[in-house]
Ligand binder design. Structure first.
Ligand code: ATP
Length: 224
C-alpha cells in the first residue's frame, strides 16, 4: 500500500531559551482516504508537529515520508514544489485576500504553480466552489462574505491543486456549531468520495469523535 504520510521516530528540540525536547519519538501513518484528528492540551506540540509534517520545518531528527517519497533531507525548492503539489492547508484564520474576489482567491495557488493556463485554472476553481456549494459567491469580494463562507472558500482554495492530503490547524476554531458541522461534512465527503486524506489538529471533541481516528498527544508524545 502507498505510504501516503508516515513519520519514523521524529524528535525535535527547541534550543532556546533553554534546550527543550518538544517532540518525542513520533511514529504514525495516515492511509489514503483516512480522516484523522490530532488532539492534546495546549502546548503538547501539535502545531510544532504539523509544521514538520507540512514540510515547512526541516530542523528535526527522524524521517518524514509523503507519497512514497522521503521528504527529510530534500532541498528547499523541492520541498516547496512537494508542498504546493501535494498538500492543501486550512487554518483557523482563512487568510483570504479581502480585496480579491472569491474566484481569484481560489485560483491563486494554481497560478503560483503555473502548471495550467488561466482559463483551465478558472474552470477548476469554479468546479471546487461548486463542490463546496458556494459557486454563487464566485464574483463577490472576499471581504463581503460571512465567516462560514470564508472558511468554505479557504477549503476550495486548498483543493485547487488536487492535493493528496489536507492539513488543518483548528479549521473550525473560529466557527459556530452550525458552520463547524458544514466544514466537518465537507471534509467527510472529500475523504469518502474523493479518497482525500485529512489530518486535522482540533480542540473540538465533537468534531474529533466523528473522524476515523484520533491521535492523542501529551507532552510531545503520542499516547497509545
Ligand atoms: N520557537 C519556539 N522556541 C521555543 N519553544 C517553543 C517554540 N515554539 C513553541 N514552543 C514551545 O513548544 C511547546 C509546543 O508548542 P506547540 O505550539 O506545538 O503546542 P500546541 O500543542 O500546538 O499548542 P496550542 O494547542 O496552544 O496551539 C510549547 O511549550 C511552546 O511554548
Amino acid at each position: 500500500m502507498k505510504r501516503l504520510l508516515e513519520t519514523r521516530n521524529i524528535n525535535k528540540y527547541f534550543k532556546k531559551p533553554v534546550l527543550f525536547h518538544v517532540l518525542r519519538d513520533i511514529n504514525f501513518k495516515v492511509e489514503p482516504g483516512e480522516f484523522v484528528s490530532i488532539m492534546g492540551k495546549s502546548g503538547c506540540g501539535k502545531s510544532t508537529l504539523l509544521y514538520i509534517l507540512s514540510t515547512m520545518d526541516t530542523d528535526y531528527e527522524g524521517e518524514l515520508w509523503l507519497n512514497d517519497q522521503l521528504i527529510t533531507g530534500q532541498a528547499s525548492n523541492e520541498l516547496s514544489r512537494i508542498r504546493n503539489e501535494h498538500i492543501g492547508f486550512v487554518f483557523q484564520f482563512h487568510y483570504l485576500l479581502p480585496e480579491f474576489t472569491v474566484l481569484e482567491n481560489v485560483m491563486l495557488p494554481a497560478r503560483k504553480l503555473a502548471r495550467k493556463d488561466l482559463p483551465e485554472i478558472e474552470h477548476d476553481a469554479i468546479e471546487k466552489l461548486r463542490i463546496l456549494g458556494i459557486e454563487g459567491l464566485a464574483m463577490k469580494k472576499a471581504s463581503r462574505i460571512s465567516g462560514g463562507e470564508k472558511q468554505r472558500v479557504a477549503i476550495a482554495r486548498s483543493l485547487i491543486n488536487e492535493p493528496m492530503i489536507i492539513m488543518g490547524d483548528e479549521p473550525t476554531g473560529n466557527l459556530d456549531t452550525y458552520n463547524s458541522e458544514i466544514v466537518f461534512n465537507i471534509f467527510r465527503e472529500l475523504s469518502n468520495d474523493q479518497g482525500l486524506s485529512l489530518l486535522v489538529v482540533t480542540h473540538d471533541e465533537d468534531f474529533a469523535a466523528k473522524t476515523d481516528r484520533i491521535i492523542r498527544m501529551e507532552d510531545g508524545k503520542i499516547l497509545d
